[in-house]
Design a protein. Structure first.
Length: 336
């Protein structure tokens, strides 16, 4: 009897311990799964946040502008070294492209930093306006890009090219707070920053076809100036509210169109004469024909009374004539 009682008591104790261990194990498993879920949820949130920031940075630097800048660098380099294999063997050539893209990207970041209030009306989908990127993050990115451009140019490029990078970095920093407040001067400075890549790579490569490089610079500079003035017509409402004085605000959209049209006409005419003087009339005529779409689009803008949507379409259509013009200048450099 005592043995039976003791045996039953032993079974009761061991079953209780087993049950307790089972409960503890279940609790540990539950806690482990909860922690795994929390970790997975946190990792998913972190990945989502990184993707959002990456998209914001990409949008901030406007990558669509980097393709034309790369083409300008290549054309500039090819004009100075019109043999492709010689050009592709040049390490400074690649560095010049990278530095140019960094400076151009930084100019976009700085423009958005200084123009947050203006973009709330003109471009409400910009990353700094919609909160994708904070001001501190944009400032950190701008600082990083500045350091990279200066470090690369100092380490790998010649003195003349380094000076160009210094001037370009100062220009993009002062553009929005200083030059943008001065009518027409802001258009000239912006066009100069865009066109700087045309002679920057040429300076990096060395001496060569300087006269054709000048043709390239004039084409890009005046083409950009034409487009800058037209885009000021599109941004008139936002510029008025923010006190930004531009040519169309001061003198009206018709005056601005006439100015842009005359700049376009002057640029194409003088460049065609330069091509005829440097080479022959046939080269000049082909160049002139490549620029005809710009004349037709300018007339189209005038017909529709400077409609903003028409001007935006015109700005988007400039890429194809640009590619043809750059390819033509490369052919001239190679065979003339």
């Amino acid at each position: 009897m005592r043995f039976s009682s003791a045996f039953c008591f032993f079974l009761w104790i061991t079953s209780g311990l087993g049950f307790s261990r089972s409960v503890i194990a279940d609790q540990k498993l539950l806690i482990s799964r909860q922690r795994m879920f929390e970790a997975t949820d946190f990792d998913g949130f972190a990945i989502s946040k990184i993707k959002q920031k990456t998209k914001g940075i990409v949008k901030l630097i406007r990558p669509t502008n980097l393709i034309p800048a790369s083409l300008l660098c290549f054309t500039s380099g090819f004009i100075m070294k019109p043999r492709l294999m010689d050009l592709l063997k040049s390490n400074p050539f690649y560095i010049s492209i990278v530095v140019t893209l960094i400076v151009m990207s930084n100019s976009m970041v700085l423009n958005d930093l200084f123009d947050i209030e203006l973009d709330k009306m003109n471009n409400p989908d910009r990353p700094l306006v919609n909160g994708q990127i904070t001001r501190r993050e944009a400032l950190g990115l701008s600082t990083l890009l500045f350091i990279m451009s200066e470090a690369l140019s100092t380490r790998y490029l010649n003195i003349a090219a380094q000076k160009v990078v210094h001037i370009a970095n100062v220009g993009i920093f002062l553009y929005t707070p200083v030059f943008k407040r001065i009518p027409f001067v802001k258009n000239i400075v912006c066009s100069g920053i865009i066109a700087f890549s045309t002679f920057f790579t040429g300076i990096v490569i060395g001496t060569g076809r300087n006269e054709l490089l000048t043709v390239l610079f004039k084409t890009i500079f005046f083409g950009s100036l034409n487009l800058e003035i037209l885009m000021d017509i599109v941004d008139m409402d936002g510029d008025k509210k923010n006190g930004v004085l531009t040519v169309p605000i001061l003198y009206g959209p018709e005056f601005a169109w006439n100015l842009a049209h005359n700049i376009c006409f002057f640029s194409i005419l003088t460049t065609s004469f330069s091509m005829a003087f440097l080479y022959d009339i046939t080269v000049a005529v082909y160049f002139l024909l490549l620029q005809m779409p710009m004349f037709l689009d300018m007339a189209y803008i005038h017909t529709y009374r400077y409609n903003s949507d028409i001007i935006r379409k015109y700005s988007q259509r400039t890429f194809q004539p640009l590619v043809f013009t750059l390819a033509y200048l490369c052919l001239v450099a190679r065979f003339k």
